[in-house]
Design a protein around this ligand. Sequence first.
Ligand code: NAD
Ligand code: UDP
Length: 317
Amino acid sequence: MRNSHQRTLVTGGAGFLGSHLCERLLAAGEDVLCVDNYFTGTKANIAHLLADPHFELMRHDVTFPLYVEVDRIYNLACPASPVHYQHDPVQTTKTSVHGAINMLGLAKRVKARILQASTSEVYGDPEVHPQPESYWGRVNPVGLRSCYDEGKRCAETLFFDYWRQHRLQIKVVRIFNTYGPRMHPNDGRVVSNFIVQALRGEDLTLFGDGSQTRSFCYVDDLIEAMLRVMQTPADFTGPINIGNPGEFTMLELAEMVLRLTGSRSRIAFKPLPSDDPRQRRPDISLAQSAIAWEPQIPLEDGLARTIDYFRKLLGGA
Ligand code: NAD
Ligand code: UDP
């Protein structure tokens, strides 16, 4: 039966992860308020939810205060692709920092439980591998990625200070690279770039020599973990790593995408962007013990589903 008392706010709800989260929350019987300024998200991502009377959509920028009555908040508003977060870096920092202040203020006023979508970028270019939550990271404070990395780090600080100072119920999840259907074709992140390029027969743009690594989590696995973290006891705050420990070089990823798409595209080596982390893999021991979670979908399977999605989107390319 639907729990009509559970009103849940999702900021950034029209984005890639946010739209999947809204869908799962509605399916679980919650009333969902989706807030987005459509910077990188689209109405198309949540168009199929608009007819549901338990779904509400509001255009709003989280850098401004928001007055609504809710029980739970998932704070996802923030561009996640380097291309987009570097487009207007001042706005990116404001979105993370002012957005966190506004959403924490809201949570305090209405006594809501609040979850922050933090990121593996808080570890920067890590010297500890794989990265456990106890690692403080190695982040350049003045580089091109700093608006995102430091903005997210400051947001974590705010969450923990609201918890210590105001006893707010907080949950901080550190999300590692996640991919899947509804990534925007021009999103700029590596999985969508390679798939779209392969399907269009264009060169795959591989930055650097392709030896840098990432660990890719399929969206369904990630959303399941977020929902579980929100349900943890009040004294569980995180931070908690959520990601798939399978680690691949970008060259391996490019070759896998070429094989799975059957594309005859070639790989074109391009300059490595500054401060691009050399390696990244989550230590998920905490997630295994605290929420009994580990990812179920290996990279090949998740890529195949994502390729299907983009094939349809691009009109059978
Ligand atoms: P996305 O860009 O698809 O979604 C972000 C959403 O936030 C978009 O709908 C965008 O329009 C909205 N938004 C941006 N600024 C806003 C503002 N000022 N006010 C209101 N809405 C705003 O990216 P995503 O991959 O869905 O990421 C969602 C969240 O998860 C982000 O906070 C991101 O930092 C975090 N995250 C994602 C990943 C990943 O790999 N996908 C990894 C680590 C962290
Ligand atoms: N990358 C690449 N080609 C692209 C886009 C990204 O080789 O077209 C590389 C990028 O340099 C990085 C990795 O892929 O080493 C992951 O990049 P992404 O932007 O997806 O995420 P992040 O760097 O934030 O983890």
